[in-house]
Design a binder for this molecule. Structure first.
Ligand SMILES: NC(=O)c1ccc[n+]([C@@H]2O[C@H](COP(=O)([O-])OP(=O)(O)OC[C@H]3O[C@@H](n4cnc5c(N)ncnc54)[C@H](OP(=O)(O)O)[C@@H]3O)[C@@H](O)[C@H]2O)c1
Length: 272
C-alpha cells in the first residue's frame, strides 16, 4: 500500500514495486492519476491493484483506509503522501499548518499503528517479513527557517521511524525511514524559492524510490544522495545552531531571488 501514489516518489515506488510483482493499493486524492497509474502497472507487469481516492487530512481517514482494505493482508506500507507549507511562520495561516501536520504527522503515525498491528498479526500466523517505509526529509536533520513546521513534521517522522525500527523488529516488521533531499517532483517545483541557488543536487523520484526499496530491512534510516548524506552526517560534528543559520541564509536568499523574478515577470506582463 502506497500513500501519495498519484505523483512523485510514491508513484515511482509503485512502479518499482509492480516491476517486482507486488500487487498494489494506490492511495491519494487524485483518482484519475491513480487510475492511470493502475492501468499502466497492470498492463506492464500483470499485477493487481486497488485504487483508493482519499484525502488523508480528513478526520478518521486512516481508519477509513484501514477498513477499506480489511480483506487484504497488507505486507508493505509506503507512507509517502506529504505537503509543505513554506514561508515565515507568523505569516502562515494556522489552518494550513494544521492540515500539513495532519497529513505529515498524524496520518503516517496512525497508519503505522493500524497496519503495524496487522503486520504483527501476520507474523503470528507465520508470515516471515513485512515492512514500512516512512518518507521523511533531509530537512528533518535540523531546524529550517521558513520551513519551520514542515521540517519539524519530518523530524517527527524520522524519530518515530527510528524507534519503530527497533521496536517492531520482534514483530518481523522492517521499518525504514527514507529522507530524500531535493527531488524533482511537483512538490519541489511548487516551492516558492529559486531552488537552483541551493547547494543541492536534485535527484529523480525514481532514484529516491530505489534507494528506499533497496535499504528496507537493511538500515534504520537512509538519506538519499551522497551530498545529502554528507549534510546529514556533518550536522553531528558541529553545533546544532550552525546548520540552522546556514539554511536561514540559503533559503532566505533563494526566496528573495524567486520573489524578484516573480515581480519581474508581473511587470513584463503588465507592459505587454
Ligand atoms: N520533492 C522533494 O524535494 C522532497 C524532499 C524531501 C522530502 N520529500 C517528501 O517526499 C514525500 C513525497 O513527496 P513528492 O516529492 O513525491 O511530492 P508530490 O509529487 O507532490 O507527491 C505528493 C503526494 O502526496 C499526495 N497527497 C497530498 N496531499 C494529500 C492528501 N491530503 N491526502 C492524500 N494524499 C495527499 C499527493 O496526491 P494527491 O494530490 O493526488 O492527493 C501526491 O501523490 C513527501 O512526504 C515529501 O515531504 C520530498
Amino acid at each position: 500500500m502506497i500513500t501519495g501514489a498519484s505523483s512523485g516518489i510514491g508513484k515511482e515506488m509503485a512502479r518499482a514495486l509492480a516491476a517486482q510483482k507486488f500487487d498494489l493499493i494506490l492511495v491519494a486524492r487524485n483518482e484519475n492519476a491513480l487510475e492511470k497509474l493502475s492501468r499502466e502497472v497492470m498492463s506492464q507487469h500483470a499485477v493487481q491493484t486497488r485504487v483508493i481516492a482519499l484525502d488523508l487530512v480528513q478526520d478518521d481517514a486512516p481508519k477509513t483506509l484501514h477498513a477499506q482494505v480489511s480483506d487484504i493482508d497488507v505486507g508493505l506500507l509506503v507512507a509517502s503522501a506529504g505537503i509543505d507549507e513554506m514561508g515565515p511562520f507568523l505569516e502562515k495561516d494556522y489552518a494550513d499548518l494544521r492540515r500539513m501536520i495532519r497529513l505529515n504527522v498524524d496520518a503516517p503515525t496512525e497508519l503505522a499503528h493500524l497496519f503495524g498491528s496487522n503486520m504483527a498479526a501476520q507474523r503470528r500466523r507465520g508470515k516471515k517479513r513485512t515492512g514500512m517505509i516512512l518518507v521523511s526529509s533531509l530537512f528533518a536533520y535540523q531546524g529550517i527557517p521558513n520551513f519551520a513546521v514542515y521540517a519539524a513534521t519530518k523530524a517527527y517522522v524520522l524519530t518515530l521511524g527510528e524507534a519503530l525500527t527497533a521496536e517492531m523488529k520482534k514483530n518481523g516488521v522492517d521499518v525504514l525511514t527514507l529522507s530524500p533531499g531535493l527531488t524533482a517532483t511537483p512538490f519541489a517545483e511548487g516551492l516558492e524559492m529559486n531552488a537552483a541557488l541551493l547547494p543541492m543536487i536534485p535527484q529523480s523520484p525514481r532514484r529516491v524510490a530505489r534507494v528506499g526499496l533497496r535499504n528496507l530491512g537493511r538500515k534504520m534510516s537512509v538519506v538519499s544522495g551522497l551530498l545529502n548524506k554528507f549534510y546529514a552526517w556533518e550536522n553531528r560534528l558541529i553545533p546544532r545552531s550552525w546548520p540552522v543559520h546556514l539554511f536561514s541564509f540559503l533559503i532566505g536568499n533563494a526566496m528573495k531571488s524567486y520573489q524578484r523574478s516573480e515581480e519581474k515577470a508581473k511587470a513584463n506582463k503588465a507592459r505587454a
